[in-house]
Design a protein around this ligand. Structure first.
Ligand code: ZN
Length: 199
């Protein structure tokens, strides 16, 4: 489990933490856990999410296990910079949906002395690196990769397999159209859907 090296220290500079993984891997739960601890430490916490992400609640970050925390939906990554005065800890959920400018924004906030915690999908449904997450992983001080459980075999799952025919990269959904799969089961699935297409 990730433990803050110093939860409260004014002379320590800022830093970036990334929490990434597939769908249903507990990213948001982990983000909320860290943010709550910062709140207990009486730190000023602000949480943002992209405006499009309205799966559950307009102004709350809600995890699959129904814990929630108040958040501000923002249009672009620039808005995070503008809204983060007098903040000690910045939380960002569903970060894969933000523009690429998020990388500079997070680094800027950390350079100003803030702790920045970013949660997001590391890969899309095709298994490709997703939006600003890869570059954030590279520039972050701490990266935590969390895993779901494969729905087929019970191994650790790394892939968000889409069970619908939709081909767009961004399709919001839950267990209705996504399932976590391990590498082996995901490959099996891709092969068999290729064979279907060839017929
Ligand atoms: Zn599997």
């Amino acid at each position: 489990m990730f433990l803050e090296d110093t939860i409260k220290s004014s002379d320590k500079g800022g830093w970036i933490e990334v929490i990434c993984g597939s769908m249903f891997s507990g990213k948001t739960e982990e983000l909320i856990r860290r943010l709550r601890r910062a709140e207990y430490a009486k730190l000023n916490v602000e949480i943002y999410k992209p405006k499009m992400e309205v799966r559950y609640s307009e102004d709350e970050v809600v995890s699959h296990d129904d814990t929630s925390i108040r958040s501000t939906p923002v249009e672009t990554s620039r808005n995070i910079l503008l809204l983060s005065n007098n903040v000690d800890v910045v939380g960002i959920d569903e970060a894969q949906f933000f523009d690429i400018g998020l990388i500079e924004v997070c680094n800027d906030l950390a350079n100003r002395g803030m702790r920045v915690i970013v949660a997001g999908l590391d890969t899309d449904f095709l298994g490709n690196p997703f939006g600003p997450i890869p570059a954030l992983m590279a520039t972050a001080e701490y990266v935590t990769k969390v895993h779901a459980i494969c729905m087929r075999c019970g191994c650790l799952a790394n892939h968000s397999h889409r069970t619908s025919e939709e081909k767009k990269i961004v399709v919001l959904g839950e267990t209705d159209i996504y399932e976590p799969l391990c590498r082996k089961c995901y490959q099996k699935e891709i092969q068999s859907s290729k064979q279907q297409d060839d017929k």
